[in-house]
Ligand binder design. Sequence first.
Ligand code: GLU
Length: 476
Amino acid sequence: MTVRVRLAPSPTGTLHIGTARTALYNWLFATREGGQFLLRIEDTDKERSKPEYTTNILEGLKWLGLNWDEEPIIQSKRINEHRSAIQSLLDLGLAYRCYVTDKELEIMREGQREKGKAPRYDNRHRNLSFEEESKFLSEGKEAVIRFRIEDETLIQWNDLVRGQMRWNASDLGGDMVIARRAPAQRIGDPLYNLVVVVDDASMGITHVIRGEDHIANTAKQLLLYKALGLESPQFAHTPLILNQEGRKLSKRDGVTSINEFRSMGYTAEAMANYMTLLGWSVPEGMTERFSINQASLVFGFDRVNKAGAKFDWDKLNWLNAQVIHNWPSEALLKSLKPLWIKEGWELPNHEWCIDLTKLIGPSLTLINDGVIQSRPFFENPILETDGIKQLEVEGAKEALKCLLENINKSPWDGINQNKAKELLENSAKSAGVKKGLIMKSLRAALLGRMQGPDLISTWSLLARISKDSDRLRRCL
Ligand code: GLU
């Protein structure tokens, strides 16, 4: 049997981290099993589905390296198949038209609530007589189509993550609506649980891997598989991603879309690595820093946790830094360059850009930090508080003045280790200050702040594009 799994996103929003993690687990499992990973765009909610969300979802998956097999299936194009499945359930007597209005349903639920019972549909139109139904029809009443759920049924499956699952059909809320309200001669729009079953079966899906918020749907879907005479797939329900308070991560927690993480400067590798760890633990001997190809060699549901996974920014940041620090400079430059250009900075030659990348690379956590870190190399820096403080230290200005004089005196061919050492030592001597003071003051003058990469390398890189006397002069 070839493993066939799918991601079935609804294009009603941008690619959410939860959906991306589901995609990842599907991809890892399919890759491990030498199977296929398919996509189905569940666009049946006509009001909320938008083509730009589909584009966003596909782009996000590609960015993460989650390539899929075959053309994505567009669910709305399969409505005839969905309708004919409903028709066959009607023909078999396993589904029926229900004419109960929303108002009547509300009254029904109210009554149940008053009696302290859980709200459910009381199956009242399950066995309408010919006369009763004719009456509704003659009144032009609209109907939903409901699938019969026998309360005594025990639904069981062996979940690949959660083990043996048991669900009482009586807890499913009564006979389930599978088609929206429509004139009674027609079949209204087919609904989620029905269409998923029809589509998964037609796509030959062998394993449904999705979030645990779908467990109750699985119970309902298993009943539909049976009623339609279809073989059911295996199920794996993955833990939810939680916020710091232990609640399901939602829009209110700030960043949740893959494109938001991307534009903050997270790398696809770190995101995929981190998302894999959100709910899966590495086998012994494997480090937590891995590529998805490496993970796909060992991924299995036995190491997927049942408990929800708390989102941990520190860990994601750590992974992102690891990824960036291990990139070859050329690769990092490729990510930095567009950001520099966006700032309107004129880039000197390639070699210089590579050297700047090498200089700032080790201090980056996010790619976007590369803008802050490299700003003083492209623009005269603003003097920050710690820089100003340094320049107010006794002897600092005098030291810089001497340094400037020494620079102007000697022939200019840039700065290297020896030249820097000589200039700094001579200037410290003539200003009567310690070498440390002059170095700190030079850092303040060149970068405007006291933090930054190695001073001499910074100086020599800056010296390759200008003598930088201005930066020193303005501090005097
Ligand atoms: N469209 C559903 C969702 O986005 C798919 C659920 C499923 O995988 O069956 O939640």
